[in-house]
Ligand binder design. Structure first.
Ligand SMILES: [Mn+2]
Length: 317
């Protein structure tokens, strides 16, 4: 596979920029940073993602006015640039249109890449925005304050505010450079971590009440039901922060939060603070992620999921 040179993209190209379904701070931050950078260089780009309902509330401070609805896209793009996504299936509705592009650039930090005509992947990078920042610097592409804010967003969210074990000294070097370039740290942290709706907080109280500690395997577990969303007038996208409280019990090393979906299936989020590799566990359900944070979707029942996860932890212990 070939390396990527951004400045050698022909100016005539119609470019689609995207990332994984229901984009997080990293997928959205890298895609929007790329759009702003390429638009400054007079390229014609479209950014779009597949997401349910709307972009997560806490990420709406990003320049999301540049995100086009997936049903307004053209029929074909010369080049698709994909961020934070190793498997075209994770593009959701955009899978077909991306795969129609003759040239596909994948810029990522996941281990499990299976597509792209050109790739720039570093599985040791904490975030995709870290990989993208290096590319901008290497090619001397100007990083404006809004681009810096987009890039820093991915770095902050994917390191759990510089707390996860992927927080290397380079992460701090890049964060420092991005601040010098004008990134708005307060805007990012206040929007993402400084505020949730009172109702989402009440839902958190209920999810904590349901907390189950499986001490034999060191697993902390809770769940969100469909009816919780109506009871607390909350949308699923507003509950992403819940996993951070589920992982707190110090008696445990692995945390799992299951969210019941509309069709009765479940989405699982996994976190690890020790040697247990939760990406391997998520892969048992065809999910993915990183050693310390991963996710999956499944139609197994919660009991079946708990069994499978507990066994997988035992195997790694
Ligand atoms: Mn990421």
């Amino acid at each position: 596979m070939n390396n990527i040179s951004l400045l050698s993209i022909p100016k005539s190209y119609k470019i689609l920029i995207t990332g994984h379904i229901n984009p997080d701070g990293d997928a959205l931050g890298s895609g929007l940073a790329m759009k702003l950078a390429l638009d400054n260089l007079d390229y014609s780009t479209t950014v779009s993602y597949d997401y349910i309902n709307k972009i997560s509330e806490e990420l709406r401070f990003l320049p999301i006015e540049h995100v086009s609805k997936s049903d307004t896209l053209g029929s074909k793009y010369d080049l698709s640039i994909v961020f934070d996504c190793g498997d075209p299936k994770r593009l959701g509705k955009l899978e077909d249109i991306v795969l129609k592009s003759e040239t596909i650039y994948v810029i990522d930090h996941h281990l499990d890449n299976i597509f792209g005509t050109h790739v720039e992947i570093d599985s040791n990078a904490a975030s995709t925005t870290q990989v993208l920042y290096r590319m901008f610097i290497k090619e001397n592409i100007s990083v404006t304050p809004s681009i810096a804010t987009c890039l820093l967003t991915g770095l902050i969210t994917d390191t759990g505010r510089f707390q996860y074990s992927n927080t290397s000294s380079e992460v701090f070097d890049i964060a420092s450079s991005l601040l010098q370039l004008g990134a708005d740290l307060t805007l990012i942290t206040e929007s993402i971590y400084g505020s949730v709706s009172n109702e989402a907080l009440q839902l958190q109280a209920e999810v904590i009440q349901r907390l189950n500690i499986f001490s034999e395997v060191g697993l902390s577990y809770s769940y969100v039901l469909q009816r919780d969303y109506s009871k607390y007038n909350t949308i699923p996208e507003e509950t992403d922060f819940l996993i951070d409280v589920i992982r707190l019990p110090k008696e445990t090393n692995v945390a799992m939060l299951l969210k019941e979906q509309e069709d009765g299936t479940h989405k699982g989020s996994l976190r690890s603070r020790g040697h247990i590799d939760v990406q391997t566990i998520a892969s048992l359900f065809d999910g993915g992620g990183h050693k310390a944070a991963a996710g999956f979707s499944t139609n197994l029942t919660p009991d079946e999921i708990l069994n499978k996860v507990s066994n997988a932890i035992r195997l790694q212990s």
